[in-house]
Design a protein around this ligand. Structure first.
Ligand SMILES: [Zn+2]
Length: 298
């Protein structure tokens, strides 16, 4: 009885195995066809590409205050959390959200040093914008006096020509600006206006909204492509409400993830080749010349 049973099942097992092998082979062929159809994706090793998402400022030195009195740090933290999650969801598993409790200056040096020691491939510092003190007005909100300026709105991206990979920084800044604009956002051009005085900056990519700000510590001391994103103006009463909304955070996070995907795809070299040396050629001076310590603390 048992012998017969074995004799009867053996051919069935062999047939099942053959069918399984055939199914696997066909699935693998489909997989190969899919991979071949997406060359950009295969050239980007997402799981090996490390992005550092820097949360601008600290709990104790929280940056600007919004038009309704909310510290910039809390905007930065919430957005950086969502940007980090969007990157991990897109397969960039090595993404690190960087927070430091150390106040500037040591804190800024520490951020760059940590990104360098992690051998990050890309550094993105998340901030929200304000205006110089001389442009601030006051208003009453919920029985309290707050400071605001509705003059300017929109995002701004900064790069430093002192960064070790200024070409990569400019390239990523351009990609990020284009992805933000593809989602309906506009950059602020006020950094080019005379009213900004010493806070003026050279617009190095007028399509994408990328400015040059050589002195920013986290950009000049990092050895990988680095940008600082001002996601919008929290002293603008209308834009503050948008920036506080989940929709706007989702939109910016999606734009960052898409820009990182494009950037990673075009930088498929091994990471050991990616960290280039400081440029040796002289660079034209920025119109702002120098910046105040409050701005540098970004
Ligand atoms: Zn800031």
């Amino acid at each position: 009885m048992s012998k017969l049973r074995h004799a009867g099942t053996a051919p069935l097992v062999i047939i099942s195995m053959l069918l399984l092998c055939a199914a696997r082979h066909s699935a693998r062929s489909e997989e190969h066809a899919l991979l071949a159809a997406k060359p950009a994706r295969t050239s980007c090793q997402r799981a090996a590409f490390r992005v550092v998402v820097d949360v601008g400022h600290t709990v104790e030195v929280p940056g600007a205050l919004s038009a309704r009195g909310v510290p910039e740090y809390s905007f930065n933290l919430r957005l950086a959390d969502e940007v980090t999650q969007a990157l991990v969801d897109a397969g960039f598993d090595k993404t690190v959200r960087l927070i430091t409790a150390t106040a500037p200056w040591p804190g800024l040096v520490e951020r760059a040093a940590r990104a360098n020691s992690m051998h990050a491939d890309l550094f993105i510092s998340i901030h929200h914008d304000s205006v110089p003190d001389y442009l601030i007005e006051t208003w009453d909100y919920e029985g309290q006096q707050h400071q605001f300026s509705d003059r300017f709105e929109g995002y701004a991206i900064f790069i430093s020509n002192d960064n070790a990979d200024r070409k990569g920084s400019l390239e990523f800044g351009g990609l990020l600006g284009k992805e933000l604009q593809a989602r309906g956002l506009r950059y602020t051009s006020h950094y080019t206006l005379p009213v900004m005085g010493k806070h003026r900056h050279e617009l190095v990519d007028a399509d994408a909204g990328v400015y040059r700000y050589d002195q920013l510590m986290v950009l000049r001391q990092t050895r990988m492509p680095a940008v600082l994103l001002e996601a919008g103006s929290i002293v603008n009463r209308q834009e503050e409400l948008q920036l506080a909304s989940p929709d706007r955070r989702a939109l910016v996070s999606a734009a960052v993830a898409a820009a990182v995907e494009h950037f990673c795809a075009s930088h498929s070299r091994p990471s050991s080749d990616r960290h280039v040396k400081r440029p040796s050629s002289p660079i034209a001076a920025t119109p702002s010349g120098h910046a105040d310590s409050a701005s540098l603390a970004r």
